[in-house]
Design a binder for this molecule. Sequence first.
Ligand code: IFM
Length: 460
Amino acid sequence: MSQQHVLRFPPGFLWGTASAAYQCEGGNTNNQWYRWEQEGHILSGDTCGQAADWWEHAEHDFLLAEQMENNALRLSLEWSRIEPVEGQWDSTALERYRAMLLDLRRLHLTPVVTLHHFTDPLWFTERGGFAHGENVRFFIRYVQHVVAALQDVNSFWITFNEPNVYAFQGYLMGVFPPGEKDLVRTFQVLRNLMQAHVEAFYAIRTIRPQAQIGYCLHYRLFDPANSLSLLDRSAASIQENMFTWSALQAGETGRFTFPAGRVLSPLVHAAGARDYHGVNYYTREIVSFDPRRPAEAFGRRFVRPGSVRNDDGLSDSFGEIYPWGLYRILKSVYQRTRGNKPLYITENGFSDRLDDRRPAALLAHLAVLQRAIQDGIPVRGYFHWTLVDNFEWNDGWYVRFGLIELDPVTQKRTPRRSASMFGEICQANAITEAIVERYAPELNNIIFGTTDALSRQIPV
Ligand code: IFM
């Protein structure tokens, strides 16, 4: 095989999968998502139940990750287990997490721990959650407690997963708890989450100066349906700014982009409060001007006709599979932050129950990622969403993101083809021609071609 037919990743690159406590552990009945479920909001009618049984047996799946040649694994801690009642700590919950983290280390999987991934303890919800700025102190107290207890077994922390999704889905779209539809409140919540990140950053820094601390945003592109139309362009750009860029800008400068920046007070001490940028990337939206939608900046969103798509959810579409979008996002994050910190892909994945698009989609995204690294964007790791199928929030078990198929009733695991492909890439720390030939030969010319085929539409 000739040398140019290998796309190499940098030495020490982190390869892993990402997951979240509520989606995997099972038996979490003390947070607002459980209540949301009980109220009948899960569109599939499913319950999370035992989930992927991680509270009892996460170690079985950690072993599968190790066998998949991963060298890292991202999971989250469930605040409502650790502090089930305001101010009361459950040391057995922390011991269970310690055992999980020790097991990961034993398997040479670097743990990456998210402190908040969408769920809040019920007592915190009763107090109004993150809609009230004064409640941030409760989150900081939890962070201090956890980090003090686990700092010897973990040093890579993600304070918040996708604060923009938490705020927009819960307070504007009304599809996550608490089911509100209020633009002003959405931005107040987002502001409070970003402020909570800043304060958590300094709290962790004080306890463990050498820790890696950051947050991850859900980065989504909004492209105009007609790039020659000023109306389409402005609707798309306002939506992209609101959802994707305003939180990043606030994290960098303390100030939200216009129009939110006009009404929200700036964050305090934001500048410099992260060691890396966590990038979750899934898809893009196409936007056309629609005068009937003032609440959505006069933009109607849809999936690009004719595109290769993820399996749709019940509430929403998971959208187009658009590999080049990852490059565009990475470049934009890098430029907007003036290349001040390394980046990690903290999530990227596909809802594809039959696994008939995932192998090519994953290969194409990783080839694009390698191109970004070649072009000087310092990406240090990739975490695929997700290891085993898990409970997909308001879509329940209806959509499947796992490299490994899970039957939630029997708990039987069946690795998908993508799992073995991902394992081969992790082991090689490269995309080789043999891998492409084995899993998606139709991409060979695009991935290894001399033309700029990657940036065009990849027919995954
Ligand atoms: O399952 C979610 C995850 O919890 C957050 N990011 C997107 C994933 C897929 O929708």
